[in-house]
Design a protein around this ligand. Structure first.
Ligand code: NAP
Length: 484
């Protein structure tokens, strides 16, 4: 099965912060892969913009190096690399002054899609929007792409939404949550709404509870300053885990169109109950054999920023009343794994008697690594006398099932940048969604601050603080393993 590549219209893409880490590690390699896939028309151009006084040639050298590092396979083709570099331009420009805006304006074509990617620190999002408008660079065909973090809390997110809205229509604003660009995250919707098998069971009558785990082995090196102000709640829970929760819990939208999908996601966030303090566990990695503790890394031995959070959420609507959602995410954990486990209820009555034991189905959707689905089903234990039951996995790895040409699915940024050019906002967060997510997380954070809450230490390379196990144990449940 070979995936089709649908060419897009010619576009000019300006990457503000073109020399930065995100641009060079993710955005540029993603554009290169799409270029190699033949998705770009000839006339398309990428324009890097930052304050550095670089020439076009020296910027192309930076791009070439980033391709070598982050798109190693395809960068071995000199023809592809040269063709791509010919389409790369650079303008020295300051988001906070008038420097460089006139030359940028001269470079842009009038007759095509314009996308401005804000790959700069969040304090520059507002000034960039203002200057794009002030220098008449915004046409009806213009889109802006705004990176995370979108605000620090509800108030700042509202202020940023208001600034952007004073210069652009909502239909021109693309707020990135790169989780939504992951192939398997989109597969959540395909699995739910493309199959008859699951949806009739997808409610509190049949689902006991749902677990969403995003575990990382990395720490916070290089991001200490940002992370110390953010913590796991703002950095991961408010956006990525919340988005996964929405996709797993939302009602079927009438159509797979941007507003229909985002309306349903918004309803989920608005139906979330406030979280009780005893339903949240905060943790902080404390070091051990596998590395330094959080406080040592940030150089603050009194830091109370959490690098781990686990919580139990409730969605108060007809579908989910009574079914808890357990969410957890953390850094410096035992494995890198993002997985959603839908834990079904026990069969109402066992015809096999007590000795057969209790067995429940579970559907695991692995987002990374080894993307795929496992359905735990109950069968007879072979060869035993009587009727003893055993659980076995029906396992499907997407890469295996879809064939070798799909072993290397597009990176999230490939999908998202092309969606910007296509003008498809389905996989981007709407302003009201982001605000609703902050409205849910803000009181949780305010509660910690008011109580002077101190996160529980956990060893680097572990599964997180012991209290997270207790959160489950109290409910007579247990976390599924983090190891994929
Ligand atoms: P970075 O490495 O610090 O790069 C920042 C870029 O902005 C540089 O190109 C810098 O170049 C440019 N810049 C700074 N001040 C500027 C100004 N006044 N006018 C014009 N350009 C300016 O940051 P990053 O890690 O790439 O992050 C960029 C954004 O993406 C941030 O909002 C971050 O939160 C978000 N993000 C990053 C990652 C990641 O993995 N890196 C992941 C998710 C989200 P000059 O100094 O030469 O101007």
């Amino acid at each position: 099965m070979v995936s089709r590549v649908i060419p897009v219209d010619p576009f000019d893409l300006v990457i503000f912060g073109g020399t930065g880490d995100l641009a060079q590690r993710k955005i540029v390699p993603a554009l290169f892969r799409r270029y190699c896939a033949g998705q770009w028309p000839e006339a398309t151009r990428i324009i890097g913009a930052a304050r550095g006084a670089l020439t076009v040639e020296s910027f192309r050298d930076i791009v070439a190096e980033s391709l070598r590092q982050y798109a190693p396979k395809r960068s071995k083709d000199p023809e592809a690399v040269n063709g791509f570099l010919q389409r790369i331009n650079y303008v020295p420009l300051d988001a906070l002054s008038e420097d460089g805006w006139a030359p940028l304006s001269e470079l842009l074509s009038t007759d095509r899609i314009r996308a401005f990617y804000f790959s700069v620190g969040p304090r520059l999002f507002g000034p960039l929007a203002e200057r794009i408008r002030a220098h008449n660079l915004a046409t009806p065909q213009t889109r802006i792409v705004v990176e995370k973090p979108f605000g620090h809390d509800l108030e700042s997110a509202r202020a940023l939404n208001a600034t952007l809205a004073s210069h652009f229509d909502e239909g021109q604003i693309y707020r990135i949550d790169h989780y939504l660009g992951k192939e398997t995250v989109q597969n959540l919707m395909a699995v739910r709404f493309g199959n008859m098998l699951f949806e009739p069971l997808w409610n509190s009558q049949y689902v006991d509870h749902i677990q969403i785990t995003v575990a990382e082995t990395v720490g916070i090196d290089g991001r200490e300053e940002y992370y110390e102000r953010a913590g796991a709640m703002r950095d991961m829970m408010q956006n990525h885990l919340m988005q996964l929760l929405c996709l797993i819990a939302m009602e079927p939208p009438a159509k797979f169109d941007p507003d229909a999908v985002r309306d349903e996601k918004l309803k989920v966030i608005r139906a979330l109950d406030p979280v009780e303090p005893h339903h949240i566990v905060r943790g902080q990695f404390a070091g051990g054999k596998q590395g330094r503790g959080y406080r040592e890394v940030v150089g603050n031995n009194r830091s109370t920023t959490e690098s781990y959070v686990a919580l139990r959420a409730h969605i108060s609507n007809w579908r989910w009343a009574g079914t808890p959602f357990y969410l957890r995410t953390g850094k410096e954990l035992v494995a890198r794994s993002s997985v959603i486990n839908v834990m079904f209820k026990d069969a109402p009555h066992s015809i096999f008697g007590e000795e057969a034991g209790r067995h429940a189905n579970a559907l695991s959707i692995r987002l990374q690594p080894n993307e795929g689905i496992t359905l735990k089903v109950t069968i007879k234990e072979p060869g035993q006398g009587g009727m003893r039951l055993v659980d076995v996995p029906l396992d499907m790895s997407f890469a295996e099932a879809l064939g070798p040409e799909n072993q290397d699915p597009p990176d999230a940024y490939e999908r998202l940048v092309m969606d910007v050019i296509r003008g498809n906002q389905t996989l981007f967060m709407r302003g009201d969604e982001v605000e609703a997510a902050w409205a849910w997380t803000d009181p949780i954070i305010a509660g910690w601050q008011a109580r002077g809450d101190v996160p529980k230490p956990y060893e680097n390379g572990s599964t997180g603080p012991g209290d997270a196990e207790l959160l489950m144990k109290r409910d007579h449940r247990r976390w599924q393993g983090i190891n994929p």
